[in-house]
Design a protein around this ligand. Structure first.
Ligand SMILES: *[C@@H]1O[C@H](CO)[C@@H](O)[C@H](O)[C@H]1NC(C)=O
Ligand SMILES: *[C@@H]1O[C@H](CO)[C@@H](O)[C@H](O)[C@H]1NC(C)=O
Length: 406
């Protein structure tokens, strides 16, 4: 009996050592994000896989059955300094204040979206459209918060900060540019202090009761950054999928949107530190969103019409569910539809471009209007190898710097 137990323990330690080793080695040598690596290695597994110091949660059912915990999901991330993002705050008073203020702003912004009809139009060109979309949505996020477009001076002090944040998130660089972030901070603070009658929180007492850092973070992080970064990713994913499945976006938009998010979730990993006798855990959104679906790697809108199907986990779960889901889908839908409904719009991704969850080479696509040139299907973007190497390096630095996998 004793020996049986002992040998079971040894066996399970050897297994967790083996799983940990395979996961780390693959995450380190390949160009895939850790979340994608996890899907490749552990595929359709159910339940938990024991790693050395934490568990890997393989499916949504196991995840939602874990004891409730209100601790932040993610750990430290340098991408957003000097701001304090709500999702990193412990469930204390400032978190509650920020969530309340967020709900206030969120409702008003959703109203404002209905009142605007911006003219989103991408310039004709073959190349990386990621930053074109990003700049457009950054301007729009300012307009939603202040109810007017930014002046050039305002935009020039804010946009480089947003760009720097997104470049770190995208692993195009690994350290923040502190001076640019400071300009961003100062400009937002100034706008808050002006408290123009059209400012989102003009009449919101709870907003002005928060400390300065929370006021600035609420505007700069929870709204400007979230809207511009998340919606840009979602819009670019939709545009790439649209290049092959335009009909689905015309005939069953909501299904196409969910199917895009299922294949390309905007987040890679969720991690949680040990709590209440539980081991810490890690989970890959790519895996959660594909587990339990037939032909999980294929794009198929019809699957959303089936009466019973696994949930889409892209927007989170329990009390840490993303409160911006409605706002983000609303903005993304508006931007996306305005772009593709422009007269004669067409898009052709580069022949050497692979659509991945992150955008390691940006979003390389030829945008045009009217007749498509004959060579459109053959165009290729340059410097792919260099971009991959840079991304590999920044990604590994970030894995180490932020303890992503340990
Ligand atoms: C898409 O996913 C969201 C979030 O899980 C869900 O609320 C919505 O009903 C889904 N839409 C369709 C068309 O199934
Ligand atoms: C966004 O929400 C507003 C208000 O609920 C609604 O009128 C509008 O149609 C929505 N827009 C899109 C593109 O979903």
């Amino acid at each position: 009996m004793y020996f049986k137990k002992l040998s079971m323990n040894v066996l399970s330690s050897v297994q967790s050592f083996y799983h940990t080793l395979v996961l780390y080695l693959s995450a380190f040598v390949t160009l895939m994000t850790p979340g994608t690596v996890i899907w490749k290695i552990f595929g359709n597994r159910k339940g938990k896989v024991h790693l050395m110091s934490r568990d890997l949660i393989c499916d949504s059912e196991t995840l939602t059955k874990l004891p409730k915990c209100s601790k932040p999901l993610d750990q430290f991330t340098n991408a957003l300094c000097p701001f304090l993002p709500t999702f990193l705050l412990d469930s204390d008073n400032s978190w509650k204040q920020r969530r309340n203020v967020f709900s206030f702003g969120n409702d008003l912004i959703i109203e404002r979206i209905g009142q605007t009809s911006p003219d989103f139009r991408l310039a004709s060109k073959p190349g990386n459209i990621l930053w074109d979309v990003f700049e457009m949505i950054s301007r729009y996020s300012f307009q939603l918060v202040f109810n007017r477009p930014p002046t050039n001076e305002e935009f020039n002090r804010i946009y480089p900060g947003l760009l720097d944040i997104n470049r770190i998130i995208k692993r195009f660089t690994s350290t923040p540019d502190v001076k640019i972030r400071q300009n961003f901070y100062d400009e937002v603070l100034k706008l808050i202090q002006d408290n123009d009658k059209d400012f989102l929180f003009h009449n919101c007492e709870a907003f002005f009761q928060m400390e300065e850092i929370h006021q600035v973070s609420s505007v700069a992080e929870d709204f400007l950054t979230t809207i511009s970064v998340q919606c840009t990713d979602l819009v670019c994913h939709m545009l790439l999928v649209y290049s092959e499945h335009a009909d689905d976006f015309q005939n069953q938009f909501d299904n196409a949107l969910n199917e895009t998010l299922r294949l390309y979730p905007l987040t890679d990993l969720w991690v949680r530190q040990p709590y209440g006798g539980q081991r810490g855990w890690i989970t890959s959104l790519v895996q959660l969103n594909r587990n339990g679906w037939a032909q999980p790697d294929a794009f198929s809108c019809e699957r959303w019409n089936l009466p019973k199907h696994p949930p889409l986990m892209s927007w989170g779960f329990d009390i840490r569910r993303c409160p911006a889901q409605k706002l983000a889908t609303n903005v993304s839908k508006l931007v996306f539809q305005t772009i593709v409904n422009q007269e004669g719009f067409w898009i052709e991704p580069a022949a050497n471009f692979q659509h991945e969850r992150t955008f390691p080479y940006g979003c390389q696509a030829w945008i045009g209007y009217g007749e498509k040139p004959k060579n459109a299907r053959r165009w290729k973007f340059e410097n792919k190898l260099r971009m991959q190497l840079r991304r590999w390096l920044c990604e590994k630095l970030r894995m180490i710097d932020q303890n992503e996998l340990n």
